[in-house]
Design a protein around this ligand. Structure first.
Ligand SMILES: NC(=O)c1ccc[n+]([C@@H]2O[C@H](COP(=O)([O-])OP(=O)(O)OC[C@H]3O[C@@H](n4cnc5c(N)ncnc54)[C@H](OP(=O)(O)O)[C@@H]3O)[C@@H](O)[C@H]2O)c1
Length: 340
């Protein structure tokens, strides 16, 4: 049921050649090349990596360092999103959006004229701002929620005239949930989006990721948002590593953040995890003690953060239910004004 008949014409566009985009592109293309070598055929799609910055060649060599420090290299087709105009070849079977959440509207403006409503588009963003925004504009929407971790090593310029080398560090293996945004709760097994989610899970598993499809991706996204909301704004505001949240004066702030978040989720009817929100957040802080969250890295680099995507949906829901969020509102205001 989930197979593609014409692999030569089977293109996956990955838009946003950052940490997650490169991790997915390199893993899929390496798996495709392995299948071609060993079996003479592959049902995996070919990847077209689309960015907004021109590179000197059409081909990109992606060097992915695995968590075990092996280097896996894969040649990838690359193009800039503004040169999509007029290109009729390499039409996508599916599209994965791997920009930050605030990048999605600009991407959509350039992408929309080139795809049909049936083209499955998968959002890989954290938070819950890009997904509902895109759901109002595109019917075949899928979402992924992943705990894979990746970051970009400093660029080393080893480009030649017709190829560019890009790196990505796969920092830690995790789990990915993938599902249709619109779901009737039973997973509507015949829907085009549900079928696309099953197929894309097959691709991800073939590329070495632990992946499951889910009939209720929205609850998964809320759960990831809750954990991000309890940790990321605090570490970004105070410029600390995750593990420091266990110490004073931060531990009581984490408890307050979790109380505010869980009150909103209760009112929204989002089920709590079995161990409870406080225990889950403490567990994630322990497991990521040495990490500098991406929101902190964005603050330190003077880049826009994903604070709107993560705290924005909680603030909207709190306003709907008449709940006060004193700590989260304060963090939102602090992080929404330029730092430094
Ligand atoms: N990294 C992780 O471990 C991880 C894990 C789970 C979820 N996520 C989520 O995945 C999303 C991406 O994260 P990331 O860490 O991969 O971010 P990232 O490294 O900043 O990558 C984003 C990429 O999108 C590109 N981009 C921005 N606007 C674009 C446009 N209009 N057209 C084409 N490309 C555009 C950026 O290009 P420029 O270089 O030109 O800015 C950059 O290459 C975020 O929502 C994040 O929360 C990340």
């Amino acid at each position: 049921m989930h197979t593609m008949t014409d692999p030569e014409d089977n293109w996956l566009w990955i838009i946003g050649p950052g940490a997650i985009g490169r991790l997915l592109a390199a893993s899929l293309m390496a798996a495709r090349q392995r299948e071609l070598r060993e079996q003479g055929a592959s049902t995996l799609p070919r990847v077209l990596l689309l960015g907004r910055q021109a590179m000197s060649g059409q081909d990109v060599m992606l060097d992915m360092t695995t968590p075990e420090l092996l280097i896996i290299s894969a040649r990838i087709n690359h193009s800039t999103i503004d040169t999509l105009q007029g290109s009729s070849s390499r039409k996508p079977s599916a599209i994965w959006l791997t920009t930050k959440a605030h990048g999605v509207p600009a991407v959509w403006q350039q992408l929309a004229p080139h795809i049909t409503p049936e083209t499955p588009v998968t959002c890989w963003q954290n938070g819950l701002s890009a997904q509902p925004w895109l759901a109002e504009r595109h019917p075949t929407l899928l979402c992924a929620s992943t705990t894979e971790g990746a970051w970009l090593p400093p660029a080393i310029d080893s480009s030649t005239d017709d190829s560019v080398r890009l790196g990505v560090q796969h920092a830690g293996r995790g789990h990915t949930w993938l599902g249709a945004w619109q779901s009737d709760g039973d997973g509507d097994p015949d829907s085009q989006s549900h079928q696309a989610a099953l197929l894309q899970c097959d691709w991800l598993r073939a590329a070495g990721f632990a992946c499951e499809s889910t009939p209720d991706i929205q609850t998964r996204l809320w759960h990831k948002l809750a954990i991000n909301a309890a940790i990321n704004p605090l570490v970004a505001r105070y410029r600390i590593r995750n593990g420091q949240l266990r110490d004073r004066p931060f531990a009581p702030m984490v408890r307050q953040a979790v109380e505010e978040i869980s009150a909103v989720l209760d009112c929204e009817g989002i089920s709590a995890p079995r161990e409870g929100w406080q225990a889950l957040v403490e567990q994630v802080i322990r497991a990521t003690a040495n990490n500098r969250a991406s929101m902190l890295q964005d603050v330190l680099a003077g880049r826009p953060t994903e604070v709107e995507a993560i705290l924005g949906p909680l603030r909207l829901a709190a306003a709907r239910h008449g709940l006060a969020l004193p700590l989260l509102d304060d963090l939102y205001c602090q992080l929404s004004t330029p730092q430094r």
